[in-house]
Design a protein around this ligand. Structure first.
Ligand code: ADP
Ligand code: MG
Length: 155
């Protein structure tokens, strides 16, 4: 487990960029599930935006607030950003087509994983974001599986 403090959105994006580099140096054998937990406004989407930008996405991250899922192909990898806040029932996950996006080397980034009620399976890496005053956030990164541990060690 590691803990970080991000002062301001730029530092949050910078953490996302570090995470992107750590993900890329990890052998692309299996698919990685990275969950982002934390109240509204704690910076989950900001972190993902920094990660996508580091991998070459130009412009702001499209928001998956209503579509629930935004697929990208960056650096030859399927990177999928999900926001399950508006998921009404875990059964709806089947309709999102996530299974097709979880091949070798893919990365699934999920905001509000709790809404899936366990249907996503275990996360490789679980990130938890918390308010730390008005202009800062605490960020706890916890590896839950060996692949997540390998990423954490490269952060
Ligand atoms: N480390 C940080 N410190 C201060 N403000 C931040 C930080 N990270 C993000 N923000 C700001 O918090 C707001 C909400 O961020 P957002 O990423 O949309 O949160 P979430 O996806 O968790 O709901 C945005 O205005 C963003 O710029
Ligand atoms: Mg968000």
């Amino acid at each position: 487990m590691t803990e970080h403090v991000a002062h301001g959105a730029d530092e949050m994006r910078a953490f996302g960029a570090r995470l992107a580099r750590a993900l890329l140096t990890t052998p692309a054998r299996e698919s990685l599930l990275v969950t982002l937990s934390g109240e509204l406004g704690t910076g989950k989407t900001t972190l993902v935006g920094g990660l996508l930008a580091e991998l070459g996405h130009v412009g702001p991250a499209r928001s998956p607030t209503y579509t629930l899922i935004e697929p990208y192909n960056l650096q030859g990898r399927d990177i999928t950003h999900c926001d399950l806040y508006r998921l009404r029932h875990p059964d709806e996950l089947d309709d999102l087509g996530l299974r097709d996006l979880r091949g070798a080397g893919s990365v699934l980034l999920v905001e509000w994983p709790e809404k899936a009620e366990g249907r996503l399976g275990a996360a490789d890496l679980a990130l938890t974001l918390e308010y730390a005053g008005v202009d800062a956030r605490n960020l706890v990164a916890e590896a839950r599986l060996p692949a997540g541990q390998a990423v954490l060690e490269r952060l």
